[in-house]
Design a protein around this ligand. Structure first.
Ligand code: HEC
Length: 144
């Protein structure tokens, strides 16, 4: 092996390759990509960590919502049904059909009442209304 070939081997190139600068550059670029990937996955992990906190806060709301529901809604909506108007249950398909499948729509209806459903404004706090609406949506999602 002459010194030129040795030099190429030393640089991590195969002697058969004519241009060695390119693979080395590619290797460096690859390393840069790897570092970028590590940083991105770290950021994703941090973000997921933040999201992991949110469901537990939501779970607390839902637990309270279940209590509020039992005390104020279950008389008419036991098990997600509707004893007064059987077409308008709290099941997902009915909520969607009557444009009630959102937190906002449910909150508004709890506040205002509608037809035989009484208004809960002043009887429930805004937090309780939000909790029970969250609970209703969650149960609808789970199929009651
Ligand atoms: C006295 C019985 C009664 C009580 C108590 C009651 N509701 Fe209702 N609810 C109804 C009736 C009747 C309807 C249908 C209203 C209509 O005609 O649109 C309804 C409709 C709904 C709907 C929309 C359903 C759909 O498919 O469109 C939601 C959501 C709802 N109620 C949530 C609640 C929550 C939450 C509570 C407790 C805070 C509650 N209701 C308490 C009688 C009741």
């Amino acid at each position: 092996m002459d010194s030129a070939v040795l030099n190429l081997v030393f640089q991590g190139c195969f002697p058969t390759q004519h241009t060695c600068k390119q693979p080395i550059e590619r290797f460096i670029v690859l390393r840069g990509e790897t570092v970028k990937r590590v940083i991105i996955s770290l950021l994703i992990t941090v973000c997921l960590g933040l999201f992991a906190v949110t469901p537990s806060a939501l779970a607390a709301d839902i637990a309270n919502g279940a209590k509020v529901f039992g005390a104020n809604c279950a008389a008419c909506h036991m098990g997600g049904g509707n004893v007064v108007n059987s077409a308008k249950t709290l099941r997902k398909s009915d909520l969607e059909q009557y444009n009630m499948a959102s937190l906002e729509a449910i909150q508004v209806q709890i506040q205002r009442g509608k037809a035989a459903m009484p208004s809960f404004l002043g009887r429930l706090t805004p937090e309780q209304i939000e909790d029970v609406a969250t609970y209703v949506l969650d149960q609808a999602e789970k199929g009651w």
